[in-house]
Every structure is written in structure tokens, then in C-alpha cells.
Design a protein around this ligand. Sequence first.
Ligand SMILES: [Zn+2]
Length: 312
Amino acid sequence: MGGTENFSNKNRLFVTVDIEDWYHIPSVCGSPFSVYKDTDEFFREWLGEYDYLTEPTLRVLKFLGKRNIQATFFVVADVVNHYPGLVEKISENGHEIACHGLEHACKIDPKTKKPLFTTEEFEKRTKEAKKLLENASGQKVIGYRAPNVLIAGWMLDSLEKIGFRYDSSICVNSFYNKSDSDLDGVGTIPYFPIEGGLVPGNKKRDIIEVPWAYLNTFGFRIPVSGGPMLRFLPSGLLKKGLIQSMKEGPAVMYFHPIDISNKSFPKIGKGRPFYWMIKGDVVEKRIVSLIDAFNKSGVNFCNLRDLMGIMI
Ligand SMILES: [Zn+2]
């Protein structure tokens, strides 16, 4: 930890892990420009090995367990069917199971941000996903993260209606916006959104939005919660941004087990070789050293279910 930074127990970091495999990404499945329409089509046609997820997930469970950290795992629900025992194992290790969609399909168009599903279809599929995850884990699933973090206000309304208590998909930054809103007034701390939108409202609702962390520096907001940023940005910058965000309130960190896989993934889908250029052990070291640095400074690691106690 740089300088004289030191944290009291007030400093909370939510460690979140997105459970999806290499073919769940939009260039391979579930988007207007994917090679396969959806994962059903992928499983009908793909003849090669598909499981690049189990091995790195077991490594994640190991390094979190060693440090006694309980995280929130946002799981694509079809993982229950194609990786028997994996969701059960994550849950048995004491982690929270949350929902990352039924099969990781984009719910809004990445370019136009117009819905790709009707509200009814979205609710039906999300309910199905929630049930699959609840049956496998034995936990009540109350958290959601939008696949590819493509999120819209109408989705939050549906999530609230079908029993979700929080969403963690919004990433405010100076470079991209994957939501259908201007995100005015959204910072890095959890808030109650307005109905039908994503910006903060003044009324308490049954759903909370937990946006991701960013580093405010030189007039830019740099996303620092993790994911691809863990692979492409120096960890000092991520650390600085997470510290800055934790000073405001609880902050979110996230990564994918496939980020730490040392295997090379099948080369299908546009832009993939670049996307996966940095991954494996080097990324695992970055994640672990960030966690260890925060651990030493007295940061309180929580899963997102704990947020309910903080906010209400
Ligand atoms: Zn995802």
C-alpha cells in the first residue's frame, strides 16, 4: 500500500467474481454480431473442448479460502447444466451465489442500447436463471449483474419485481457507457435508483444499484473495478482508484476465473486474440497482490449480500 494510507474497518471492498466461460462473450455467443446465436446453438454445433472455466475457478476458491474472504459469485445460470457440481462447490465454500443471466445474452443492443428482449421475455428468462441457481446452491439469490454489463432502467424495474435486491452493473467512466442512460449523478457508492431509470432517486426502493469503482484523476474517470482493466492497467492505478472509491463508501472489485487461465482459448470471434493477450498467472498475481495489500491495510472484505445490512 503506497504512502501512509491506512484503513479502519469502515473501509469495505466487495470482491465479486463473474463465472462464465470463453464462449459466453458477445463475439462468440448471445449478441447481434456473435458467431453462434446463443449458447444452445453453440452446444449443438461445437465439437471441441469447451470447459476452460472449472480449473481456474478452483484456483480462485483456493486463494480466497486461504485468506478467509467470502465473495459474491455472479454465475451465468447455464453453468449449472454444463459444469455439474461447480456452482454447488462455490456455494459450499461459503460464497454468495448471484445471477449473471441465463446464458449471458445481451439484453440491450451494445450500439443502439435498444432492448433485444421484451420485458416479459427478460423476466421469464431471469426467473428461470434465479431458480436454477437457487436449486443448485441452496441459497436465495438476490443479486444480479447484467451480461456484458449492458444495463437499462427497465431491467432494474423487472429485477425488483421478480425479487432481486441489488444489481451491480453500472460503470461510470470517461471512455465508454454500456447503459442506456447518461448516468448523471452516479458515483461509486451504492444508491437507490429512480423508477424506470438508472440515476439516483430520492425514494427508497427494494432494489439497490452498486456501481463500480473509478479513479478520478486529471479530469478523467478511469474504471478500476477490474475485469479487462486488471489485465491491461498497471495494478498501482487500480489500487489508487479502489482506495479513492473506498473513501467515498463501499467499493466493488471484480474478475473472471478465465482471466487467470493459462490455456489458450479457441480462436473464434472477432477481436479475441487481442482481448485475451494478457491473462493467466500474471493476472492471478495482480489480483492476489491487490487483495493482500488491502488485507494488510485492514480493509474489510464483504460479499454483496452484506450490503443489505449496510444500506437498510
Ligand atoms: Zn459476463
